[in-house]
Design a protein around this ligand. Structure first.
Ligand code: 5GP
Length: 176
């Protein structure tokens, strides 16, 4: 049986997303930026965030990565399942991620993107579980730090489900 406990209500999410959008608008004034959304978990966060960024120099692109094979444990293996559609050379990149757990995914991704000569690379994440970090990474924009629990909703899934929940919840799985 699966039980969902609400962890972060939508009002709090909206408040933080607006704050971060405002900061990005100021930090990148007059600069060309591309938000790179990591599929599929960051899609809802990215959609809300981009509308809070005041810029006419903003584009978006997406990458598909997998380090989880559908369950709740990291495999430590990161695969690119879908790559960027346009060059990022000379452009300021902000990677938009749903959650940083071990940091393995973003460590791999920032190294990979740096080879493409962007003007800069920063990370913007909705959530971070600080207790699990294995590869330290510098995160410029972060909405929330959360305890080491498996979370779902607002884009995050369990076996492909629960992305549509309008809040962030903790998933409890009871064996029966
Ligand atoms: P990392 O490489 O930092 O360990 O893992 C990052 C990826 O693991 C995230 O993009 C996400 O897909 C997945 N992940 C880590 N923790 C959770 C969690 O609590 N819930 C969900 N749904 N995915 C998670």
């Amino acid at each position: 049986m699966e039980i969902v406990h609400q962890l972060i209500p939508i009002e709090k999410i909206e408040e933080r997303v607006s704050d971060i959008g405002r900061r990005i608008s100021e930090d990148y004034k007059g600069k060309e930026i591309v938000l790179i959304g990591i599929l599929k978990g960051a899609v809802i966060f990215l959609a809300d965030l981009m509308r809070k960024i005041d810029s006419n120099q903003l584009t978006v692109d997406f990458m598909g990565l997998s380090s989880y094979e559908g369950g709740t444990r990291s495999t430590g293996v990161v695969k690119i399942t879908s790559d960027l559609k346009r060059s990022i050379e000379g452009i300021h990149v902000i990677i938009v991620e749903d959650i940083i757990d071990t940091g393995l995914t973003l460590n791999f991704l920032t190294q990979n993107l740096a080879l493409k000569n962007p003007a800069s690379i920063e990370i913007c994440t909705l959530l971070e579980k600080p207790s699990n970090i294995q590869k330290p990474i510098s995160v410029k924009y972060k909405c929330f730090e959360i305890p080491d629990k498996f979370v779902i909703g607002y884009g995050l899934d369990y076996e492909g489900r629960y992305r549509n929940l309008p809040f962030i919840g903790v998933l409890e799985i009871k064996e029966d």
